[in-house]
Ligand binder design. Structure first.
Ligand code: 6PG
Length: 241
């Protein structure tokens, strides 16, 4: 199914549209199954969205007690580190909503060996898939100016891992910090719905290349066979189309 594209005048209206879409999609998912898995993204783009979801009216429009929250990637730093993706989402959103703590699954970043941490998280992802719909119901992704998503960067070996590898460690991320954990493409292909949140003129060239089907960009390779991809762009990110 070809991706659909929605363009908004600025980041604030993009965040509002994403919040409306999430409320609608979570409700639709929970109308047909007992629980919903939501994969959060890191970076700065989703922060406005997280702040919206933490306040009325969105806060009470979501059945948080039926949500399981995971991450698409994580910088290999403690949760308290300002760079932590889970730390950002916790401060901006999860501390303000009634989601049971046991249903929030940050990627582990305290083990000495990030590869062991990645393997442990893969177990959790597989359990979520087994306990739920068999899909990652809703996956939020940001995109870098080079077309990376999560911590999957162009020309990186992590892009060609076997389908059995759902989570991997990255030791040489071109975007600091260099050590990260990330879902792989095989994991992302198990999404029911991917929301790509992309804002800023510096991403316009990658947006244009990805939508033209340039598979050198990791974002262009996210094509869940049983799911769909929605691009939510601000006008600046859509300016090269
Ligand atoms: C990370 C993110 C990364 C991010 C993009 C966009 O850990 O850095 O997961 O994939 O989503 O780099 O980042 P911005 O939203 O800050 O532009």
């Amino acid at each position: 199914m070809p991706p659909s594209i929605s363009i908004y005048p600025d980041q604030e209206q993009l965040a509002t549209a994403a919040a409306d879409l999430l409320v609608q999609q979570i409700a639709a998912t929970l109308a047909t199954q007992p629980r919903c898995s939501l994969v959060l993204t890191g970076g700065t783009t989703p922060v406005l969205l997280y702040r919206l979801l933490a306040q009325q009216p969105y806060r009470t429009q979501i059945a948080w007690e039926r949500l399981w929250v995971l991450w698409g990637d994580e910088r290999y730093v403690p949760l308290t580190d300002p760079q932590s993706n889970a730390g950002i989402a916790t401060r901006e959103l999860l501390n303000h909503v009634p989601i049971p703590p046991a249903q929030v699954l940050p990627m582990p970043t305290t083990a000495a060996n990030p590869h062991a941490a990645a393997a442990a998280y893969q177990q959790q992802v597989q359990q979520i898939l087994a306990d739920g719909s068999g899909q990652l119901d809703i996956v939020l992704l940001g995109m870098g100016p080079d077309g990376h998503i999560a911590s999957l960067f162009p020309d990186h070996a992590a892009l060609t891992l076997p389908d059995t590898v759902l989570v991997t460690a990255i030791d040489d991320s071109p975007k600091p910090p260099s050590q990260r954990i990330t879902l792989t493409l095989p994991a992302l292909q198990q999404a029911g719905l991917v929301l790509l949140l992309v804002a800023g003129a510096e991403k316009a060239a990658a947006v244009q290349r990805a939508l033209a089907g340039d598979l050198a960009l990791p974002v262009a390779r996210v094509q869940p066979p049983h799911g769909r991809v929605l691009w939510l762009l601000d006008a600046a990110a859509a300016s090269a189309r």
